[in-house]
Design a protein. Sequence first.
Lengths: 256, 412
Amino acid sequence: MAFKVGLDLGSTAIKAVIVDGDRVAWQGTRATAPGQEAVAEGLLDEGLSALGARRGEISGIASTGYGKKLYASADRHIDEITSNAAGAFILSGGSARTVINVGGQDLKILTLDDSGGVVDFKMNDKCAAGTGRFFELAARILDTPLGDFAKLCLDSEEEVEINSTCVVFAESEMVSLLARGVKKEDIIRALHCSVARRVSGLAGRLSPDGRVYLDGGPAQNGGLASALEDELMTEINVLEAPQFTVAYGAAMSLGA
Amino acid sequence: MVKRARKISAKTSERARSEVRKSLEALAARDDRSADFDYFMDLYGAVQTPEAVSERTGRPVVSLLCIQAPIELIHAAGFHPHKVVSGSQAMANMALQGLPALTCPMLRAVTGAAAAASDGTPGTRRWVLPTTCDWVVKFPEMLESSGAGSIRPSLHWMELPHLKDGDSGQARWLEEVFGLKKFLEGCGGKISRASLDASIRIYRDAWRALTRLAMMRQEGRIAAVWFALIAGAFFLDSPERWTKAALSVNPPPGGARSDERAHVFLAGSPIFFPNFKLLDLLEDSGVSIAADDLCSGERIFPGGVTYRDSSEFGMMSALAQRYHQGCLCPTFIDNDRRINNILSRRMASDFQGVVFHVLKGCHPYDLESLSVEAPLKERGLKFLRLETDYAAEDSQNLRTRIEAFRGTLSRR
């Protein structure tokens, strides 16, 4: 059997996807840490072990993400925007025309053509406002696991506003709201709305046409998709494992 | 307190020198380096104070910040037009203490360099500042706020009419150009019909040399970094010597453009040595610059001046018209020429997209990036806006965008 491997060496997590044909055979993630190549190797070994496969069965490895060049032995280094487009397009059955990616340190909005190629894109600059880091910070301040955000968001009763998506200023806003006795549920909802506004602002004149997908780690949080639907006034679809889309796209870039 | 300030200045100056050293070393290590580039590299390695430039050129220096004041007139009066620019992150950081965070990085770096070199007393050199953007208008205040002393005693403002179309703006600009002549004469300069004619010819030759280099870059025979280095050195020596050296540049062996590279037009804010971050990232990502409209690149001045009326008034009018009508600076209200220029250049070149560089804090270019994006896309060009400053921390972010953009170009 010949497996293709996609490694997404992101700013907060390293994701690996082992692909058989175009089917995801295994996917896993580990937190980004110093020595990213070794972390990626460990993750790959874990996947191969789970599949009962050997290194010799790998036909090619593509690396993507900020740390893509750190995985020097990859057969291909591919940028995460192109990988993201390819992954979301294939996994959506060819229906994705707009992809909103919320990564660990960046936000991207991609428009795709009818073969999954990137037509245009917007990406935040060096500011990490409204990205995965922002949610991580919120989870710490609110002492609430990120996995609970979607459920808690639904219990929100009062509308409050968080005006900043800056990871520095939002902290003081959240602390002030907590001090005023505002419920966590309301703060979480406000966080989602705040990020949705940031995405909308980034999109600018890049209107979300066609079928819109949200991916990246924070997309697992259903509250964000819901807030984006409100802000962008369009249906937002989320793939089954949205944090692996980019790694999958990298693997698929290796061809048959 | 004074002792501490001196230590900071000394440390910043050393950091800036280190930036220059490292950039020159990186250029020297390139495979496509040729001995033809040594003259220009040596200019950057030399001291850049007005006194040093004056000694090199054999003329007193008139300091400029941009290309709006007619340099032919300054040269004709016996002075050397010295455009004071800097791409130094160390100097930009130095000035940050006394300036708003979103100040134009170039003017921040110039202010930082002035503060590091100044003892706080007013400078004696001559300055000519056309009122192009708000940052330039505030430049004297920036210097004073940063402890660099005042340039006001020797400063001449040229009030720039921001409407190009229509006779009124052109007539007022002509008055400003005559005002500059008067200022230069007041500084001891002597302008005759013959000296003006000679000066115009000297800069026309320089323009031809620059155009030749631009063509070599367009054909992929010299890399964009070399073109930027040569263009940026224009104000560091006499125009005659620069022209001679520029005309001597031959394509380095192996400098031919690979067909595998994507070709783009580079528009927007200027790029100054030693900060070639964007040029390096484009090159590393497989993107070649076929042409540009940067005032640090193909627009180091607005072009060769021609005239039919060879009287002094005729030449002054030709100069005024060229510098007003021919300028693509986004501070002008009616600037459709930028779009037309890009589209006409496309007829001669084969670029597939436009990379629009916005220097963070350069609001006119930031706004103009919005107005040029849609018309260029409508005509089938891909468009990438990159906002950055002199810091290296966003290199990976920029690289991701450039690589993805390159992918969209090859899909055509």
